[in-house]
Design a protein around this ligand. Structure first.
Ligand SMILES: NC(=O)c1ccc[n+]([C@@H]2O[C@H](COP(=O)([O-])OP(=O)(O)OC[C@H]3O[C@@H](n4cnc5c(N)ncnc54)[C@H](OP(=O)(O)O)[C@@H]3O)[C@@H](O)[C@H]2O)c1
Length: 281
């Protein structure tokens, strides 16, 4: 989802950009080394991950392999070839308490297997000796992947009412905004370290869903308004526990790279327009 939007934007900005998928398995050191030797990139961006948060509770080996060993391999290869590496991580390595948004320097506090493996991946990278930027993001949606916005629009068109969790707080993020931020960081070639980037503003999944409904109705993607009720996480059991507070502070990325962070509602409105174009409406 992120990789495709990043590649399109990079190409639109005039960068030569190679998009790989499972053809370069990030857990295979030989494959990564060969790819770097053949292509000699001057930056590497890792958008690859195992992102099935609930399945990760049972597919523990694959989750660890992709989310921890993958970054370890990339860090080792990037250090050997002296190529700066930008890695994408997640708010799920943290969990805190309101009201303050979480800072990149806050202590790790993963509450599920996915968050733990992503934390290990970060640690491997920080120890690798490579020049690394780690950007943690959250609640990502984009035109090229399965995501909360698409799921909600589909359910709102088929169900009579919906229940959505209203005791988890975070920041929705559009892949296009994140891709812009990534390109700015890459161009700097400096200030390696951990950063946070998400949409601006804190919300709950339920309020996020209400905004999707409002915009979906406005843009003709939804034909009827249905009741949406807030429920507690304890009433909506999932295999993986989610952090109750993973709102991220963007102060560091804003002040270091002069990056502007759009309000999540504005980005959602742009994304819904894109969905409308794709639906041919
Ligand atoms: N989605 C979110 O809400 C969210 C939130 C916070 C952070 N993030 C992070 O943001 C980044 C991008 O997420 P996304 O939602 O764009 O992910 P995504 O759509 O699930 O894409 C991940 C890609 O990685 C590929 N992949 C899996 N194992 C691989 C391997 N061993 N070698 C090479 N490629 C492999 C997957 O291929 P297959 O599909 O063929 O397996 C998939 O194309 C990830 O680091 C994720 O952890 C995402």
């Amino acid at each position: 989802m992120l990789g495709k939007d990043l590649t399109s934007l990079a190409k639109a900005q005039g960068h030569e950009c190679l998009l790989t998928d499972l053809d370069v398995d990030i857990t295979d050191e030989k494959a990564v080394t060969l790819f770097l030797e053949n292509n000699k990139p001057d930056r590497i961006v890792n958008c690859a991950a195992y992102t099935a948060v609930d399945l990760a509770e049972t597919e523990t080996a694959l989750n660890y392999k992709v989310n921890a060993i993958g970054p370890q391999v990339l860090g080792k290869c990037a250090a050997q070839k002296k190529v700066p590496l930008l890695h994408i991580s997640t708010d799920y390595v943290l969990n805190g308490n309101p009201p303050a948004p979480l800072n990149p320097e806050d202590e790790y506090h993963p509450v599920n297997a996915y968050g733990k493996a992503k934390m290990e991946g970060e640690r491997f990278l920080l120890e690798s000796g490579a020049s690394v930027w780690i950007i943690r993001t959250a609640w990502l949606y984009g035109i090229n992947g399965k995501n909360f916005v698409k799921t909600m629009l589909s359910l709102m068109n088929t169900k009579e009412k919906l229940s959505v969790v209203n005791d988890q707080f975070g920041n929705p993020t559009w892949t296009v905004d994140l891709a812009r931020a990534i390109l700015t960081v890459l161009q700097s070639g400096s200030h390696f370290g951990i950063y946070h980037f998400t949409g601006e503003g804190i919300t709950t999944w339920c309020d996020f869903a209400l905004k999707i409904q409002e915009l979906g109705l406005q843009e003709g993607l939804l034909s009827k308004k249905i009741p949406i009720e807030g429920v507690l996480s304890s009433q909506f059991k999932t295999a993986a526990v989610r952090p109750s507070w993973s709102a991220l502070s963007k102060e560091k990325i804003k002040s270091t790279f002069s990056i502007q962070v759009p309000k999540w509602e504005d980005s959602l409105a742009s994304y819904i327009q894109l969905e409308k174009e794709h639906a041919g409406k």
